[in-house]
Write a protein that binds this ligand. Structure first.
Ligand SMILES: Cc1cc2nc3c(=O)[nH]c(=O)nc-3n(C[C@H](O)[C@H](O)[C@H](O)COP(=O)(O)OP(=O)(O)OC[C@H]3O[C@@H](n4cnc5c(N)ncnc54)[C@H](O)[C@@H]3O)c2cc1C
Length: 396
């Protein structure tokens, strides 16, 4: 018999996985806020949103009211200027509670970082402030239907015309492509032999003529987040919407991904923590052969391996956070953290499923949700094979 009551209470008995000890002092307060928000708003609604696949507007608004959405934007533009450690601390907590809702909350300011780093004073005032003040949401459009990994192979083009550029082409997988007010769009502006100098970033409002977006088909994981397929049909963008230097898009993006990948490592850590919690709860409440399943040494070893993997990934991820924040070989550290933490999530989910026996495949189980969600961070923000290419190249 499965002791549901024990399983429901075991969380409080097991050692805290997302322990604050490794989190820098200045990020602990926001971590605690993110934990209590996640417990109140994300966890209790996770299963329903996963099932319906609806966009979690209400939770997004609650996150905005709680001051936990888009607050990486600097104080001078209305945000709180949360740094990488603070955003990572929030990510761990939110993704532990539910990855789909967490992605929606964290994508609300996606792409803003590049406008803040490379944009003009006017762009920051006009576009960043409404996002920081939670009146608008943004997004980042890089991937295309035919090309996702090869950043220097994208074909969406921005042709110079009187007063600006005309965008034509398609983008795919873009978070909030339908819901966002504006996007940072990565488009081809040159044809130089140096293929990395052919791309430029543009701010594109989603109500411009020539911008059409629709949701991509239903996903098996992270169902409470929405991605879209965009078609640019001679979409005019004025010159003042160019972000940074023409031809500098690839390099700006590479720099941005160094920060993003540390945070995506946090997605993996939150998911891994959820898998471990679920596995531990289940085996302590399930009987087989006259004892609870956790009494079998093989099961204890499986749980021990999950802890080993989780703790080493978390130590690496927080070390990478410090390295990237200090600009010390950031591409290398970001790729290490992203790869390790997201793969540990997959491994922990796989083990957690096995320990759940037949119940692992019941669609409403948290472990089944985690199992499906954890397939995504090993792909987005650069597939892990690409991360391994970066690790090899930058370790020499
Ligand atoms: C839920 C979700 C949200 C996303 N959000 C966004 C977003 O907001 N904005 C955005 O622009 N994009 C977004 N993406 C897209 C994501 O970044 C891409 O899916 C990712 O970069 C991989 O591109 P691809 O899917 O085209 O795979 P491909 O590039 O077609 O690669 C397929 C596979 O081939 C292998 N491979 C490719 N290149 C190499 C290589 N060099 N070496 C070894 N193996 C290789 C890998 O196994 C890889 O997984 C999102 C994706 C998902 C699933």
């Amino acid at each position: 018999m499965f002791h549901e009551r024990y399983a429901a209470t075991v969380h409080s008995d097991v050692m805290e996985l997302l322990d604050k000890g490794i989190v820098p002092e200045h990020a602990r307060a926001v971590k605690a806020e993110a934990r209590s928000f996640a417990e109140e708003y994300i966890e209790p609604n996770a299963a329903d949103y996963f099932e319906s696949g609806e966009y979690p507007w209400k939770i997004l608004e609650a996150g905005m009211d709680a001051g936990l959405v888009a607050q990486d934007i600097g104080e001078e533009y209305g945000g709180k200027g949360y740094d990488l450690a603070q955003i990572l601390a929030i990510a761990e907590e939110f993704y532990r509670a539910d990855a789909g809702i967490a992605l929606t909350l964290q994508l609300a300011s996606f792409g803003c970082e590049m406008v803040e780093t490379y944009g003009t004073a006017e762009q920051k005032e006009e576009y960043l402030r409404p996002v920081a003040e939670n009146e608008e949401i943004s997004g980042l459009a890089v991937s295309e239907p035919e090309t996702g990994s090869d950043l220097a192979g994208m074909t969406t083009a921005a042709a110079p015309v009187d007063g600006g550029y005309e965008l034509s082409g398609e983008k795919y997988w873009v978070g909030n492509a339908v819901e966002a007010d504006w996007l940072t769009v990565y488009a081809k502006t040159g044809d130089r032999d140096d293929r990395y100098s052919n791309y430029t970033l543009f701010i594109v409002e989603t109500d411009r003529d020539g911008y059409e977006a629709e949701h991509i088909p239903e996903k098996m994981g992270m169902r409470a987040s929405k991605q879209g397929h965009i078609v640019f049909d001679d979409c005019f963008v004025p010159e003042e919407n160019v972000v940074g230097a023409e031809g500098g898009g690839f390099y700006a993006l590479a720099d941005f991904f160094n920060h993003g990948r540390v945070v995506v490592g946090g997605h993996g850590l939150g998911l891994a923590a959820a898998a471990i919690e679920e596995a531990e709860a289940f085996v302590h409440g399930r009987d087989a052969f006259g004892r609870t399943v956790n009494e079998f040494q093989a099961v204890q070893h499986s749980l021990a391996d999950m802890r080993l993997d989780f703790e080493s990934a978390r130590a690496l991820n927080w070390r990478a956070c410090e390295k990237v924040a200090n600009g010390e070989n950031p591409g290398y550290w970001a790729a290490l953290a992203k790869t390790r933490s997201t793969e540990v999530a997959v491994d922990c989910a796989e083990r957690g499923m096995q320990l759940h026996g037949g119940r692992s495949i019941l669609a409403d189980r948290r472990i089944a949700r985690v199992y499906r969600d954890c397939r995504i961070p090993v792909i987005y923000e650069g597939a892990n094979e690409v991360q391994r290419n970066l690790i090899y190249r930058q370790s020499r």
